[in-house]
Design a protein around this ligand. Structure first.
Ligand code: HEM
Length: 349
């Protein structure tokens, strides 16, 4: 072993101490609990998505004439294709859920506050990229629902003041869904967005490495006695256990609830009910509640407020006596998101 280490060190002259220092960040004790260390979960699922996505791309064809048949062939003819599709589909669902839960843990522990405002905004961009990945992935199947979902989304994009028409044309490759559309979705889904997400994650984790994870003060805990544990190997073991559990959960979901192929897209027949994927239910319901430009502008304002939240929260804490207002605002926001999502899920129109 020492001979191998010496051989490597002769060629890569990185001092062992520096390497240990780099990989061995002290981690606060509360990160032993999974819900505080939720950031590792979407990271693991993202790796699953990349691996299964590459394998699916071997068979997928992104033209409107053959996309649907290629997805059906993956599901019905390719060896373990149904399983790969299942892992990818359920992986996407769990990844989006994990990102949302991680964001909630960061929010409710106030871990976005100074000096972590920039990382919160990086996180918001990660959230948007993740949702866009979900949307473009769903559209690739070229089923009736995914086709019409994409058409509705493009129309909503088109109603954004000033830049709407331009954005819609960029997305669809024409004024309406055309032969150019699916290849664009595919390039976004399999190249642009994953690369953007990788770069954003490098920045996100880099900042966390520089700043460390927020130290939380728990009730009854003596500040002087607060302890840390080592990232390597202790925290890595926790993450490996989470990864293994997720692999089992994903395999069970992909087998017990296998993915299906719905009816082929028919641009001439509008389905009676058009619904996006569950993670867009909240936005969809909001847009239905307030039609037109107001709905689109208010959605933009909500996203902008979420981006700027660390600064708004800082202002509230400095200028008013409501220092814990963020908790109540957070609870109202979470309940509204759940309420609107359930509403959209339960009603037909
Ligand atoms: C693929 C998505 C994401 C990954 C892989 C990821 C990864 C991580 C990891 C590993 C940590 C270290 C602590 C922990 O595990 O909780 C962390 C912390 C953090 N994340 Fe994320 N994250 C993601 C998305 C987000 C989003 C959507 C936001 C917010 C909008 C966000 C904001 C933050 C902040 C502010 C911290 C610092 C928390 C602290 O100091 O306690 N992240 N992230």
């Amino acid at each position: 072993m020492t001979t191998i280490v010496a051989w490597i060190q002769e060629r890569l002259p990185v001092p062992a101490g520096a390497l240990r220092e780099l990989t061995n960040e002290p981690v606060p004790n509360h990160l032993k609990k999974w819900w505080f260390a939720l950031g590792g979960t979407p990271a693991y699922l993202f790796v699953v998505q990349i691996v299964t996505g590459i394998l699916l791309a071997v068979y997928y064809e992104s033209s409107t004439s053959s996309a649907y048949d290629s997805v059906r062939a993956i599901t019905q003819n390719v060896s373990f294709g149904w399983f790969l599709r299942g892992l990818h589909k359920w992986g996407a669902t769990l990844m989006i859920a994990a990102v949302i839960l991680h964001q909630m843990r960061v929010y409710f522990t106030g871990a976005y506050r100074k000096p972590r405002e920039i990382n919160w905004m990086v996180g918001m961009t990660i959230l948007i990229c993740t949702l866009m990945l979900g949307f473009t992935g769903y559209s690739l199947v070229y089923e009736q629902l995914s086709y019409w979902g994409a058409t509705v989304a493009a129309n909503i994009t088109g109603s954004v003041p000033v830049v709407g028409d331009f954005l819609r044309t960029m997305l669809l490759g024409a004024d309406t869904y055309s032969r150019q559309t699916l290849p664009r979705f595919f390039i976004l889904h399999a190249a642009v967005l994953p690369v953007a997400l990788i770069l954003l994650l490098v920045i996100h984790i880099g900042i966390i490495r520089l700043q460390g994870v927020t130290e939380l003060q728990f009730e009854g805990e003596d500040k002087a006695e607060r302890k840390h544990f080592n990232f390597f190997p202790d925290h890595l073991y926790t993450e490996l256990m989470v990864g293994l559990t997720l692999m089992i959960v994903l395999s069970v979901l992909a087998t017990v609830y296998p993915v299906t192929v719905g009816p082929r897209a028919n641009p001439l027949v509008t389905p009676e009910v058009i619904k996006p994927e569950w993670f867009f239910y909240v936005t969809f319901r909001w847009l239905k509640l307030f039609s037109g430009t107001f709905a689109v502008l208010s959605t933009g304002l909500i996203v902008f407020t979420m981006y700027c939240w660390p600064f708004i929260d800082d202002w509230i804490r400095r200028k008013t006596r409501y220092t814990e207002a963020s908790v109540w605002i957070g609870i109202v926001a979470v309940l509204s998101i759940i309420g609107l999502t359930m509403w959209e899920a339960l009603v037909t129109h």
